[in-house]
Structures are given as C-alpha cells and as structure tokens.
Design a protein around this ligand. Sequence first.
Ligand code: ADP
Length: 484
Amino acid sequence: MLNLQDASLLKQQCLIDGVWCDADDGATIAVTNPATGDIIATVPRMGATETRRAIAASHAAFRLWRKETVKTRAAVLRAWHALILQHADDLALILTCEQGKSLAEAKGEIVSNAAYLEWFAEEGKRAYGDVIAPPSNDKRIVVIKQPIGVCAAITPWNFPNGMITRKAGPALAAGCAMVLKPASQTPLSALALGELALRAGVPPGVFNVVTGAAQAIGTELCHNNLVRKITFTGSTEVGAWLSREAAGTIKKLSLELGGNAPFIVFEDADIDAAVEGVLMSKYRNSGQTCVCANRIYVQDGIYDDFAARLVARVEQLKLGNGLEAGVTQGPLIDENAVRKIEQHVADALAKGGKLAIGGKRHALGGSFFEPTVVLEANSTMLVAREETFAPLAPLFRFSTEEEVIALANDTEFGLAGYFYSRDLGRVWRVAEELEVGMVGINTGMIANEMAPFGGVKHSGMGREGSHYGMDDFLDIKYLCMGGI
Ligand code: ADP
C-alpha cells in the first residue's frame, strides 16, 4: 500500500456524476508499479454502457456549468489548483508508483501542469468576441464565443497527471464538461485529480473519470452525439483511428500525437549548453515524452567533442526506483517499451552505428534500460524514422545548414524541433524552416502553460496552453443584426 498523508486520494473506483462507482459487471484492471512489478491497486474495467452514462451526466451538468459566470468557474479552477499544490507530495507518490519516473520529476510534472488550471481560470475571462464592420448600414455583425459542449479527453501514461490538467483547464474555464479516459497503466493519478476536483467544488458531472477498455470506451466517445469534442494525447495510430470514428458525428478534434524531434547542434553553439539540452530533452522521463529529441544532428567540426561531453554526462545519470533519493532515471513503462529500444539499438549497430555507452537492459532487471548513446547514426536506421520513446540518443553527422534542414524535415512528424546556435541570422532561418509546431532554440525545455503546445503534419492539430488553447473548446457564433 502507498504511504499517503491523505489515504483518500487513492481511489479505486471511477467518478461519474460526482459519485464513485464500480464497473457494472464488477470487472477490474490491475495497476502495476513498473519499478517493482507489484500490483498497487485495481480500478474498474468499464465499457460502453458506463461511458454512455458518464456522457449523459456530463451533458446535464454542462447545461448548468455553462450558465455560471466566468468568475465562478475561475474560482473553482483556482481552488482545484490550490488543492493540487497542497497535495503535491501525495500525488507525486501515486504518480511515481504507477509510472516509474523519479519523485522529483513527478512533482515537477504536477506543479508545472497544475499551472494550466490557474492560467485558464484567468484566460476564461478573456474569451472575447468581436464586432465587425458590416457591408451595409442597416446591419451589424457581432461574434460571440460559446462553450462547445461535452468534451471527451483521452490521456496517455507518460504524464499521467499533467496531461489531464492541461485539457481540463481550458475545457472547464470555457464552460464545457468533460469525460476523461486515462491510460490503463496510470489511472490512479487521474482518479486522485477527480477527488480533488470534487473537493474544489467542481459540480457533479462536470468532470467524470472512466477507466477501462480503451476500444469500447473510445468507440462510445466517438459515436455519441452528445460529445462535441475529443481532445487526445497519444500515438498517431490511435489519433487517426479516433478521427475516423469521430467523423460520423462531426466532432471537433484536438490531437497531440507522436513526434520524431530533430535536435541540431551547430558549430557556433555553446557545446556544454547543448549537452545539457540533450539531457533535458532526451533523457527526461527516461526518454518517454512526445517532445523528446529523437535524432541528434551534430555538425562535423564539433562532433567528437560534443559526443565525448555528452557521454560523460550520461554516465552520471542514476537509474533506480523513482522513490529513492538521487535517482534520475526510472524504469520504462513496460516490456514492450524495452523491446522497442532493443530493436532500435540492434538495428542501428547493424547499420554502422557505434555504441558509446549503454545499449542494454540494466542489471536492476524488469523494464530498466541503460541510458544509451549511439554514434555515427544514419538515415537508413529505424531511429531516423520512428520515435524510440526510450533513452536512446543517436548522433548523426552533418556538414551544412541546408543539408541538416532537409534531414530534419524528412519525417512525417512535426511536433517539436530543437537547435543550438549563437548566430542570429541562422536562428531565424532555421526556426522558420523547421516543419514543426514548436522550436526550442538554445533550450531543451519548451512546455509551459503560457505557450501554445502542439504539432503539425502527423503530429496532430490544435494547441494546448496560451490564449490559443481556449479556442479549441469554444464555438464561434455570428449574430447578424438587421433592420437598424
Ligand atoms: P501509447 O503508445 O502512449 O500508449 P496510445 O495512443 O496507445 O499511446 O494510448 C494513449 C491513450 O489512448 C491511452 O489512454 C489509451 O488507453 C488510449 N487508447 C488506445 N487505444 C484506444 C482506442 N481504440 N480508443 C480510445 N482510446 C484508446
């Protein structure tokens, strides 16, 4: 059992219409700690019927929630934010035990993403409309913005807490209600957030959490007419599937999908800063973030120096159970994740890559994998095409700016891209040329609530955070006033 200060944050039931409940047939899913293999809890294995009930409750709640003043909604969101900060230690313990990342990273995720609630509490007040000049004097054109309705949120296991607040914040601020399906590997963080939402005064039915069979729940969320929007973070395959399923009921979609981020280090870069950027962007969460550097391009003249400095820093990373002090790297989420990095490493070595450090399962066993650096990577390798989603840094060589831009853009993905350079002209040129939604320039850390997070190409559509993030949860209504 988890040693929580507030044991009632460990919920093993779903939240529908403000009531904690089991699956109709009593079925459950076990939640496992990836660092130990221990089962830490069970949650309901719900399906279409329970999801339909949650949608109906959400729709009824939406009709009242939308009528609250923006100030009232903001106060509730701020209260939720305060409760998350107050219980951040317990929430971090829950997160680390179900996901594996270190306690420090878990707490960082919770606090920095709770900020989306605070930000959107205020931003909700600024969902301004427009008055537009009419084509004739007897008319006036007025535009208002209204909440879109019931939103379905489907979230992944890599940020079990943060992916929820960044969706719920704008949705609830706009006046929408939400049915959330969290990843089955990490449902406990979502349920704990549900408990805190109730305590904060989020009305019953405005925020519902349904755990269980992804396909059955997903199909209902897509086909049900009362759901007017789907906001999803996860793989491109599932994102495409949701788009197809939701097409029949014409829903608005926000999709934050896979990436294959290039990370370019030019000869004029501050090399130590670039090394730190790679550590942050590649090895955070053991390489399991959608904005992780996947392909690291280093210019010829500094390649060997950069590689040596990177390997020296990677040697200092400490693997272990995220609950232990000093641990920087937890286990991967499961055996499949380990198989994928093993496959990428073997493929890279077979195609001419040179192993500089790591490359195998760690002595700790389970799903622990050593932080890895492979030198002399090239575009025929799997790592050039697919997101590894694990701690493998492949270092590609390049000689010119033009060449590296072409290489960086040679992917169907377009989420994040990074580069290090101190040449102002190059900074503008490269930033404008990269086919991505977000560019980290001389930084490996880009996400925050004030900035628009999202991708282009197969990495998705819509933005989370910033004032742009509100628009995803609002409909525009045009009022044509005649007879004036
Ligand atoms: P990952 O590879 O990160 O697990 P997925 O796209 O498989 O990414 O999963 C992200 C989220 O989508 C999880 O909550 C998962 O349960 C959910 N999911 C997976 N398949 C479906 C589906 N067919 N319908 C709805 N949700 C799904």
